[in-house]
Design a protein around this ligand. Structure first.
Ligand SMILES: Nc1ncnc2c1ncn2[C@@H]1O[C@H](COP(=O)(O)OP(=O)(O)OP(=O)(O)O)[C@@H](O)[C@H]1O
Ligand SMILES: [Mg+2]
Length: 359
C-alpha cells in the first residue's frame, strides 16, 4: 500500500498481475490495456475485454478498480471498458469457429431443456456475447416454435446459413422441414445431420454455441463429443426426487461420452405466484443443489415455475422470461455463474490467447 502518487510503471506492474477473464492470462501480456495514465493522483485505465466474457464485464471492472484502490488508496481510480477483439480458434476437424460449446441435456423429457437452452443463449447474447443456438433435437425440434420463427435457412455456396432471431444465429431441423411433418432418422443419419449442422453451416465466429439436446439416450451427445471435443454440458432437472435420479443418470451419461458437466440448473424450482409474488416450494427445495454437490458438479441456479412463461413460449416469445422482472435475475445469475466457473478454470490453467478449450 502506498500513499505517494503512483508511478505509471508501478501501476502497469499491478495490471500485469491481473488476469483476462477469458484466458486467465495477464491482460498486459495480451495487449488488453490500450491506455494507462497517471495524472494528478488520478489513475485512468482502459481495459479491453472480449465479448466471451461479457457477463463478467461489470464485475471484472469492479475487481480491477478495487485492486488499484487497495494499492493506491489516495488515488482516484477510473476504469473504462472497451471491447477487445479476439477470434475463436477452429474446433475439431469440422472447423467450427466457436470458443465454447455448451450442450443442454437432461435425463428426462419435458423438464425444460429447450427453454433453458434458449434462456442461456438469449441471456449470454443480451450481455454482449456472440451466440449461436443449435437445436439438435432432430425428431422433435422446438426452438423455432419458442422463438416464434418460421424463416427458412438459405444455402449459399453449398453452406447452410443460420437464421438470425432475437440476436442469435439459429439452426433447427424445424426450420428445414414443413411444420407437423415427421422426420424419420436412423442412428447414422442422426450423426451425419448433426455433422452438417456443425460443419456445413456458416455459424460465423461465435463465443458460445448452445446446443439443445433431445431427451433420452446419449446418441447425439456422443456424436457431439466426437465432432467438437471442447463441448461441455449443462444438465437441467426439476426438484422432484425421481427427476433428480434422472439427472444423476444424465450426468453419468455425459461422463461416459467424455463430455464434462459444467453445471446443473434446477428448473421449475418453486412456484412464483402471479398474485402474491411469493415463492411456493411445492416439491421441497435444495434437492438439486445437494445432488450437484454429491456428484461434484457446479450448481448454477434455479428457475421458478411461472405459468405465464409457458403461455409466452407457446406464443413464440421465449424471451419473455428475460423480460420478466422476477425471473430475469435468476437467469442472469445462471449465465454469470456458468461463465464465471469457466473463467475460474482458465485462471487455474491459463489458456493460449486464442483458445478456451477446457479439457
Ligand atoms: N420455468 C418454467 N415455468 C413455466 N413453464 C415452463 C418453465 N420451463 C419450461 N416450461 C414449459 O414446460 C414445457 C416443456 O418445456 P421444454 O420444451 O423447454 O422442455 P424439454 O425438456 O425441452 O422437452 P422435450 O424433452 O420434449 O424436448 C413447455 O411448455 C415450456 O414452456
Ligand atoms: Mg426440448
Amino acid at each position: 500500500m502506498s500513499q505517494s502518487p503512483p508511478a505509471e510503471s508501478a501501476v502497469r506492474e499491478v495490471l500485469q498481475q491481473f488476469p483476462d477473464p477469458e484466458t486467465g492470462r495477464s491482460i498486459v501480456q495480451l495487449g488488453q490495456v490500450p491506455q494507462c495514465r497517471v495524472e494528478d493522483g488520478r489513475i485512468a485505465v482502459t481495459l479491453g475485454l472480449t465479448t466471451w466474457s461479457a457477463p463478467l464485464w461489470e464485475e471484472t471492472c469492479q475487481e480491477l478498480t478495487a485492486l488499484l484502490k487497495e494499492k493506491y488508496p489516495a488515488a482516484e481510480v477510473a476504469v473504462e471498458r472497451v471491447v477487445h477483439q479476439r477470434k475463436p480458434e477452429k474446433l475439431g476437424e469440422i472447423g467450427l469457429a466457436a470458443k465454447t460449446v455448451i450442450a443442454v441435456g437432461s435425463g428426462k423429457g419435458g423438464v425444460g431443456k429447450s427453454s433453458i437452452a434458449a434462456y442461456l443463449a438469449l441471456g449470454l447474447a443480451r450481455s454482449g456475447a456472440q451466440v449461436g443456438l443449435l437445436d439438435a433435437d432432430l425428431y422433435g425440434p422446438s426452438i423455432p416454435h419458442l422463438l416464434g420463427s418460421d424463416q427458412r435457412p438459405v444455402m449459399l455456396a453449398d453452406r447452410i446459413q443460420p437464421i438470425v432471431a432475437e440476436g442469435l444465429r439459429v439452426l433447427s431441423m424445424g426450420l428445414l422441414v414443413p411444420p407437423g411433418e415427421a422426420v424419420i432418422w436412423r442412428g447414422p443419419m442422426l450423426h451425419s445431420a448433426l455433422t452438417q449442422f456443425l460443419r456445413d453451416t456458416d455459424w460465423g465466429e461465435l463465443d458460445y454455441l448452445i446446443v439443445d439436446l433431445p431427451p433420452g439416450t446419449g446418441d447425439v451427445a456422443l456424436s457431439l463429443s466426437q465432432l467438437v471435443p471442447a463441448t461441455g454440458a449443462v444438465v437441467v432437472c426439476t426438484p422432484q426426487e425421481l427427476a433428480l435420479l434422472d439427472a444423476v443418470k444424465a450426468v453419468k451419461m455425459f461422463r461416459q461420452v467424455k463430455v464434462e458437466v459444467w453445471g446443473m440448473v434446477e428448473n421449475m424450482s418453486f412456484f412464483l405466484c402471479p398474485n402474491c409474488q411469493t415463492r411456493h416450494e411445492i416439491f421441497g427445495s435444495g434437492g438439486a443443489r445437494k445432488k450437484a454437490a454429491e456428484l461434484g458438479v457446479p450448481f448454477l441456479g434455479e428457475v421458478p415455475l411461472v405459468p405465464e412463461l409457458r403461455a409466452e413460449a407457446d406464443a413464440g416469445r421465449v424471451r419473455a422470461a428475460l423480460d420478466h422482472p422476477q425471473v430475469r435475475p435468476y437467469l442472469e445469475a445462471i449465465c454469470r455463474r456458468l461463465v464465471k466457473n469457466l473463467s475460474e478454470r482458465n485462471r487455474q490453467n491459463p489458456q493460449l490467447p486464442t483458445l478456451t478449450v477446457l479439457k
